[in-house]
Design a protein around this ligand. Structure first.
Ligand code: 13P
Length: 246
């Protein structure tokens, strides 16, 4: 069984003062889950420093995106090596906002996944269907294709040492959470698709997770934690989610 993991994705929110206040209000005493904070790039080192000061071996830091390229003339990109150098442990790849708003294909996401792994980071790869795809009964096909792109690029062995997040697009930022049963069905499918590595891979659910619905989601057998957007901007609410995870 993977250790529970709760990840805060601040998206493009906050500033230096916010990051400082967040850590003053975060209380991880008694939390069993691993916890990671993914701030916007400019605040990464500040957050690494604040996390270090909390002195909890359970708390680490991640980036919200990473370049597929190693180095060179790629204006505006940030490499996996740079993230590691700044103290990041995780890198989110394939978030639906990157896929839909920035046109990232599953092939590019697979390259980012491999770049993160190659630099010693733990990729958090996001998969998920749109409402239209769910209503057409295509949820598992969509997830399957998103996962297959990684296997095609990096091989089935590459599932070791990674995190997979199921984020139904229709549940992100909408206040509509997948029911625990809907999420569990997809998580079980993902676990099976990952083969042997799936047994040890933390599978996170994301999409309108908050203090009040976290425990019911975490009670499902194949839900090992959460990737939290809006509710991660409130340190007290986020603390409640971390506590619910174990
Ligand atoms: P919300 O928790 O705001 O729905 O966002 C989920 C998400 O996209 C986390 O990556």
């Amino acid at each position: 069984m993977p250790n529970p993991l709760v990840v805060a994705n601040w998206k493009m929110n906050g500033d230096r003062a916010f990051a400082g206040a967040f850590f003053s209000a975060l209380d991880l005493s008694g939390v069993v889950a691993d916890v990671a904070i993914c701030p916007p790039f400019p605040y990464l080192m500040q957050v690494v420093e604040s996390a270090g000061k909390m002195g909890s071996g359970k708390l680490s830091v991640g980036a919200q995106n990473v370049s597929a390229e190693e180095a060179g003339a790629f204006t505006g990109e940030v490499s996996a090596d740079m993230l590691g150098d700044c103290g990041a442990r995780y890198a989110i790849v394939g978030h639906s906002e990157r896929r839909t708003l920035y046109g990232e294909s599953s092939e590019l996401v697979a390259k980012k996944f491999a770049a993160a792994k190659g630099a010693g980071l733990v990729p958090i790869i996001c998969v998920g269907e749109t409402l239209e795809e769910r209503e057409a009964g295509r949820t598992l096909d969509v997830i399957s294709a998103q996962l297959q792109a990684v296997v095609d690029h990096a091989g089935a062995e590459s599932w070791r040492g990674v995190v997979v997040a199921y984020e139904p697009v229709w549940a992100i930022g909408t206040g509509k959470t997948a029911t625990p049963e809907q999420a569990q069905e997809v998580h079980r499918f993902i676990r099976e698709r990952l083969g042997e590595a799936g047994v040890e891979t933390p599978l996170l659910y994301g999409g309108s997770v908050k203090g009040s619905n976290a425990a019911a989601l975490f009670a499902q057998q194949d839900i090992d934690g959460a990737l939290v957007g809006g509710a991660s901007l409130d340190a007290k609410e986020f603390t409640g989610i971390c506590r619910a995870a174990g």
